[in-house]
Each structure stands twice: as C-alpha cells, then as structure tokens.
Design a protein around this ligand. Sequence first.
Ligand SMILES: Nc1nc2c(ncn2[C@@H]2O[C@H](COP(=O)(O)OP(=O)(O)OP(=O)(O)O)[C@@H](O)[C@H]2O)c(=O)[nH]1
Length: 177
Amino acid sequence: MTAQKGILADPGREWIIYDVGGSRTVRRAWVPYFENITAIIFLAPISCFDERLLEDSNVNRLEDSVSIWRAICSTKLLSKTTMICFLNKCDILKRKLDSGIRFKTYVPIFGERENSAGVVVKFLRNRFKDIHTKHSPEKRNAYIYATTVTDTTTTAATLTNVRDSVLQEYLRRADVM
Ligand SMILES: Nc1nc2c(ncn2[C@@H]2O[C@H](COP(=O)(O)OP(=O)(O)OP(=O)(O)O)[C@@H](O)[C@H]2O)c(=O)[nH]1
C-alpha cells in the first residue's frame, strides 16, 4: 500500500490518499486498517468486463471488483465511512462496446439490453448501488459516478461533487448524533 498526502479539490484542507492496489490478497487485506476513516473512493475499472485476473485466470476482473466492493460495503469497521464508487475507464468501455464486443457474453444477467456504454453504465450503477444497500451494516448513502479519470477536466468536477457529498454526509450524521 502506498500513501500520499494530497489536496482533493479543497485548497487549504489536506487529505491523506492511500492507493491500495496490488494483488487480490493484498487488496482484501487492507480493509481492517481503515477503521474510522471519513470516506473511501473505490475505483472499479468497468472496461475490464472481458478480462481475467493475472493472478487467477478463473476470475473475471469485473466480478473481482464487484466482490471487493461487496466486502468493503459489508465491513462493520467501515459502517460509518462514506462509500464513493468510481465506475472508471468509461472511455475504454465505450471503445470496446463500439468495436462489437458484447457485454452479455461476459455478464449473462445483462440479458438483451442494448450493448451501449450508457446502458451498461446504468446497469452497473444499479448493481453497485444494490450491493451497497443490501450489504451495508447500517443505512447510509452510496455515491456512484461514471468516470474516465484520465480526463482531468471532468474528473476535477467529479471530485468537487465528491467533496460536497462527503461534507453533506458528515454534517447529516453530526446532526443525527
Ligand atoms: N483510458 C483510460 N486510462 C485510464 C483510466 N484510469 C486509469 N487509466 C490508466 O490505466 C493505467 C493503469 O492505471 P490504474 O488503473 O490506476 O492502475 P491499476 O489499478 O494498478 O491497474 P488496473 O488494475 O489495470 O486498473 C494507467 O496508465 C492509467 O493512466 C481511464 O479512466 N481511462
């Protein structure tokens, strides 16, 4: 795990940003170390729907992201943490779908829906949201964004929304307590 101090769309206020990539085992192992953190931004690379993990060729990469998201959402230590999910690499997803690769070949429950980026993103947004609702130990909101983080202009706008969502959630909880 690498840690980096940074400013997240909020001059004057520091955030500690942790990058917790790595192998499948490492990705799951960090969860208990994040008790009491304010928010998690989970990046799910949704363009990987037709790829398999390097470390385990039996596992689809999108399904791996779904299962880690489920594990994070259901972790009791993180029950007060605001969950933010970036459905990332939308540009690569669009390129793949436009080239004729069928999403339903890899995700059969997608069924006969239209094979377009908009429809796939909507489907995945609902899937990630449903998992969050079903598995959260306590009632809370999830903030799910479709992103292409290499597009720095739209990502700056998304991060401003994220900051506002985190603040609103923080204030809402302070009010409730
Ligand atoms: N086109 C595109 N490239 C991206 C996007 N997000 C990250 N990348 C690139 O993808 C490469 C891998 O970066 P990450 O995805 O952050 O790294 P990672 O988590 O170790 O790798 P993955 O498991 O492949 O996601 C880098 O070259 C990034 O610049 C995106 O939304 N669109």
